[in-house]
Write a protein that binds this ligand. Structure first.
Ligand code: NDP
Length: 447
């Protein structure tokens, strides 16, 4: 599963959302976001610089408002934290220990070694498939630690300085990788991220797959410290809720369970990440480093953070409905992703051999029935349905827990627009034919 966590390239030109009275809000958003892919140099620089300030500021804002009484997404934070609230050598040490542990688990022997896509120089990189193993070993270590008295419930109090440490790490890592790219061979550079504008290139990342020996920085960051860190933070929030109120609430159980399923699924299907845009197209710079290390663990855990400070009553009937929504979302998400992955690996596999396809000039085929005949991105639809199910346990009294749904809708609309452009370039007329036969992008009959 590909993850462009904060994948908004910079909108270099401002456009009115109401240019055409006939277009829907989503059409307009898509058009503005598409403009973002090819901005002119100066807005590029300022856009990148603005995002490098805005994204960390948003992370801190969400952490602060989640614990405040009114928990207003759009209101000011309850206070502006001073450096003493952000900077903590203890938190930095804890964060670096976490990264060190995940790096050590990454280096352990893997159940399988997978090959990535063919690169410009016709070589293929090799990747250890041991993310799921890292999750299981982390769970064992945390379990052992807790039985030896590790105070996991104290973690929520450290989220602010931990996020600060993660953001510092993302900046430092991006800087080191930017410098490393200065001596990289031209064939190692990413299609984007090499505009000659240092701020923009620092943001997008210059090298496609920066590595030291066999340690691949992008692959390591994409699914491990942040994703496993996310469920660990969720667990810590649940432990603290149990300490405060005697037992975890049903809403907290649901949020923890749903998001754990998502992370387990991502790590179980780790190999699929190698065919995503993040790996085949994007450099590894601040955008991905920040997204993977800071944005995911500290903002994707927002629902659990909200629930700790704002307990929500949830009855069994409503909980069952929410479970059903999550199950439907997961069914579509997994069905669509597995169908495409199976087809791409072996189009003659009996599970996909009967599906209707469109041939393309590249020799590859496009599925035009099954999940991929319903809409052009059925996997995004499933993902969005799950996003709604993760927020519903938090009730409807606050907008804050729905931040993920709002952000994720924008992210996927933008991602879908980028993918369309790439596919049009790759498949030309065959892609146009696919769009004619499957007119809706993400939501049938709506978008
Ligand atoms: P996809 O898995 O949708 O991959 C898009 C690619 O699929 C296209 O470039 C094309 O590549 C191939 N394709 C498109 N249409 C067809 C077709 N009809 N038949 C066969 N192949 C087709 O994209 P992502 O990498 O964006 O998403 C992967 C998963 O990760 C999704 O489920 C998404 O929801 C999730 N995700 C989650 C995020 C998060 O933060 N939680 C962030 C981003 C993504 P080709 O033809 O070259 O194979």
């Amino acid at each position: 599963m590909g993850r462009g966590w904060v994948h908004f390239k910079i909108a270099g030109q401002e456009r009115s959302l109401s240019q055409s009275s006939a277009e829907t809000g989503l059409d307009a958003a898509r058009r503005v976001l598409r403009v973002a892919v090819s901005p002119s140099p100066s807005p590029r620089r300022w856009g990148a610089a603005a995002l490098m300030l805005l994204l960390p500021a948003t992370t801190f804002h969400l952490l602060l408002v989640a614990r405040s009484g009114p928990a207003r997404l759009l209101g000011p934070p309850p206070y502006l934290p001073g450096l003493e609230a952000l900077w903590s050598p203890r938190a930095l040490l804890l964060w670096l220990t976490w990264l060190g542990l995940q790096a050590a688990l990454y280096l352990l022997p893997a159940r399988k070694v997978a090959e990535g896509q063919e690169l410009k120089d016709r070589s293929r990189l090799r990747y250890p498939i041991n993310g799921f193993q890292a999750l299981v070993l982390t769970a064992l270590l945390v379990g052992l630690g807790m039985s030896a008295g590790l105070p996991l419930g104290a973690l929520p109090e450290m989220l602010l300085p931990l996020a600060f440490a993660a953001i510092l790490t993302a900046f430092t890592l991006s800087l080191l990788l930017f410098l490393k790219a200065l001596v990289a061979s031209p064939s190692a550079l990413a299609p984007g991220g090499n505009s000659g504008n240092p701020i923009y290139d620092f943001f997008l990342g210059r090298e496609l797959n920066p590595r030291i020996c066999s340690f691949d920085f992008k692959y390591f960051c994409e699914l491990r410290p942040g994703l496993i860190g996310w469920v660990l933070i969720n667990l810590a929030l649940m432990m603290q809720e149990a300490e405060l109120r005697g037992s975890p609430s049903l809403a907290m159980w649901l949020v923890n369970g749903f998001q754990l399923l998502y992370v387990v699924d991502a790590l179980w299907h780790e190999e699929a990440v190698l065919t995503t845009m993040d790996f085949t197209h994007d450099g590894f710079g601040f955008m991905l480093a920040f997204g993977d290390l800071a944005w995911v663990p500290f903002t994707y855990s927002l629902q659990a953070q909200f629930l700790l400070y704002h307990p929500q009553p949830l009855g069994l009937p409503m909980a069952s409905v929410i479970c059903l929504i999550n199950a439907v979302g997961y069914y579509i998400f997994r069905g669509a992703n597995s169908q495409k992955n199976t087809f791409r690996k072996n189009p003659f596999d009996p599970r996909v051999a009967d599906l209707e396809t469109i041939p393309t000039a590249t020799g590859r085929q496009l599925l035009v029935s099954g999940w991929w005949g319903m809409v052009r991105h059925p996997n995004y639809l499933g993902d969005l349905i799950m996003a709604v199910a993760w927020s519903l346990p938090c009730g409807v009294s606050h907008l804050l827990p729905y931040f993920y749904v709002l952000y994720f809708t924008l992210l996927l609309v933008h991602r879908e627009a980028r993918d369309e452009q790439l596919c049009l370039r790759k498949y030309g007329l065959a892609w146009r034919e696919y769009c004619r036969r499957v007119p809706y992008r993400i939501v049938p009959y709506v978008y």
